[in-house]
Design a protein around this ligand. Structure first.
Ligand SMILES: Cc1ncc(COP(=O)(O)O)c(C=O)c1O
Length: 389
């Protein structure tokens, strides 16, 4: 039996590989501190769970509209207006998806032709590469350099442009670098996008996980970008709802019309009672978000301080999301070997940078979505392990 040629270009997720190795070791009795995970370690707030239970008890167990539950689309439309200054009609410009994962997939399937090129600033969440490939398009990695604090530089995009370039990906706050793009940076990218008549996929899933003076600006809110942009967001990270699988796209009607047809023929709709929980997440009290952001910030500060004090480790301080991508190149060991060494010696799991695409040489990704106490322990162990390298 054969699989499609298409699948020959789609690798198994690098993060999953680490995760499975960790599970194998835990089964053998190892006690490992997880710094590889890409999900908040908090429980979903109880009011959200209660609403989903209520929906189940009320018998809301059938399909919703392909666009999603109308109440949820209303809540998303309202949120986009008040938080992002964006106007999307809840009837036909918002699609509730099975996480931001599906949102990226339907956008690329609906908007790219085979052979089209997609500029993907990298290091990145490699889902963009694979969804572009699944659609028959070609991802073109564009370097984000640590010398430039992992911020995009238009000249680098220009160097990777061709007559086939159709789309550009923007992900701010960023996984895995934690970089947050400021207004100037977004405006420069917007000028480039206009000049070359591109579409933009703006993944804003970490929007609220932002620290210090950094501020989130939606790409679609930059002058002239609304018509060209698919805004992607979701509830996974903000409300600690990764397992609920709720994301969404927001885009002008013509783009949404195409995307909803991909969604129709793949998933139909997101889980109905989960969508009721989503309504409560967006419309209910937001204090759990504030508490979570404060705690992430406390951990971020401590982890960055500790890493900076370790010999051979260099760091661009993250300002958003819950990751840091230290450069370990001076330790004289490859990131893959270092990750294995940390698992063996220090019982900590980190992800080698290569799981985040191109231009990741010499890096590892650390997630601080673990308790403060575990993070302190992990930093102690890492320091000792480096000393005996
Ligand atoms: C940048 C980015 N976008 C989207 C997602 C996926 O989110 P969801 O759980 O909504 O599918 C992730 C998950 O790690 C991510 O890092």
């Amino acid at each position: 039996m054969r699989v499609s040629h298409r699948m020959e270009t789609i690798p198994f997720s690098g993060i999953r590989k680490v995760f499975e190795e960790v599970v194998r070791r835990e089964k053998k009795g190892d006690s490992i501190i997880h710094l590889e995970i890409g999900r908040p370690d908090f429980d979903t707030p109880p009011n959200i769970k209660e609403k989903a239970k209520w929906a189940l008890d009320k018998g809301f167990v059938h399909y919703t509209s392909n666009y999603g539950l109308p109440e949820l689309r209303d809540a998303i439309s309202q949120k986009l207006k008040s938080d992002n200054g964006l106007d999307y009609h809840p009837d036909n410009e918002i699609i509730v998806t099975i996480g931001a994962n599906e949102a990226v997939f339907i956008a690329m399937m609906a908007l790219l032709n085979p052979g089209d090129e997609v500029l993907v600033p990298s290091p990145c969440w490699t889902h963009y590469y694979q969804c572009a490939r699944l659609s028959g398009a070609v991802p073109i990695p564009v370097p984000l350099k640590k010398e430039n604090n992992y911020l995009p530089v238009v000249e680098d995009f220009e160097q990777h442009l061709s007559s086939k370039t159709r789309m550009m990906v923007v992900n701010s706050p960023n996984n895995p670098t934690g970089t947050v793009y400021g207004k100037d940076c977004l405006e420069q990218l917007a000028e480039f996008v206009n000049q070359h008549d591109l579409l933009v996929l703006s993944d804003e899933i970490y929007e609220k996980l932002i620290y210090g003076t950094a501020r989130h600006i939606s790409f679609a809110a930059i002058a002239d970008m609304y018509e060209r942009t698919v805004t992607i967001n979701g509830l996974s990270k903000i409300y600690s709802m990764t397992g609920w699988r709720l994301g969404y796209t927001a885009a002008p009607r013509q783009l949404s019309d195409a995307m909803v047809r991909v969604h129709q023929y793949t998933s139909v709709c997101a889980t109905t009672f989960a969508q009721y929980g989503g309504v409560e997440a967006l419309n209910g009290p937001q204090d759990s978000v504030e508490g979570m952001v404060q705690e992430f910030n406390r951990r971020r500060i401590m982890v960055c301080e500790r890493l900076k004090s370790m010999p051979g480790i260099h760091l661009v301080e993250p300002r958003g999301a819950f990751y840091v991508l230290p450069y370990i190149g001076e330790l004289g060991i490859s990131p893959e070997a270092f990750a294995t060494y940390l698992l063996d010696k220090a019982k900590i799991a980190v992800v080698p940078g290569e799981a985040f695409g191109d231009f990741t040489e010499g890096t590892i990704r650390i997630s601080y979505a673990n308790s403060y106490e575990n993070l302190v322990k992990a930093m102690d162990r890492m320091e000792t392990a480096i000393a005996s390298l």
